[in-house]
Design a protein around this ligand. Sequence first.
Ligand code: MF3
Ligand code: CO
Ligand code: CO
Length: 276
Amino acid sequence: MNQPALSFETISDPSEGPIRLHNATGYAGMRKAGKLAAEVLDMLTPHVVPDVVTLDLDRMAWEFVRAAGHDSATVFYRGFSHSLCISVNHVVCHGIPSARKLKDGDIVNIDVTVVVDGWHGDTSRMFLVGDVPLKAKKLVDVTYECLMLGIEAARPGATLGDVGHAIQSHAEKQRMSVVRDFCGHGLGLNFHEAPNVVHLGKPGRGVVLRPGMFFTIEPMINLGGPAVKLLDDGWTAVTRDRSLSAQFEHSIGITETGCEIFTGSPLGHTAPPYRA
Ligand code: MF3
Ligand code: CO
Ligand code: CO
């Protein structure tokens, strides 16, 4: 693997530990990785329809990434063995591809992480399968808005508390709730590293953002309460009250003036709903 030795320096945060500050090499690496991850979701878009088997979507993603000459970060990650997490309806995150078919009215998160020359691109989107009830569409729209408000708050001098606050206040205004048990994360040459990006917060609190920091923002928003439970497979997280849950994720880098989204859609599948 090609690991550029001088791609970052490190600052130390009292609660988060060392956080990397990447240079131009890191930005170049993350642009490539982020683009491939977004291309996987673009490629899948026309296939996310009633009666598709989720394992088939996973296989398409794997073949696409391998054909591009790159790797999945999730195959063999802590015992996970798929290229995608596919989380349907009340599944919050880390749904495992299976023989299950998607059906009319489902809302589905597809999350993909790829590795390109050692750099990680991590992104997810919500897909509406066939005709989706208004309430579910509203959840998907609000969750996307939460991600984008978090991204707008991410700039040098702002804090992770500002990012979390932007997300939390928007969700709670709509009487929806923010999942506490999972958060965004630093990434780069590692899949998950400091800092933890909690999707709740108070303005001015937490890590001060600086140019060169790379992390994901990936809010999970529920129609009901925030509580989550883990199924016996050790991965699938569902809402305790079985209410619907939605999530979007981008990988970003803090720049001198704001931030750069590494995982934007090359095909323009930017905001939901996505039509082939
Ligand atoms: N892509 C997920 C994230 O956003 C992590 C998936 S880990 C897996 O951090 F093993 F469940 F795939
Ligand atoms: Co992530
Ligand atoms: Co992800």
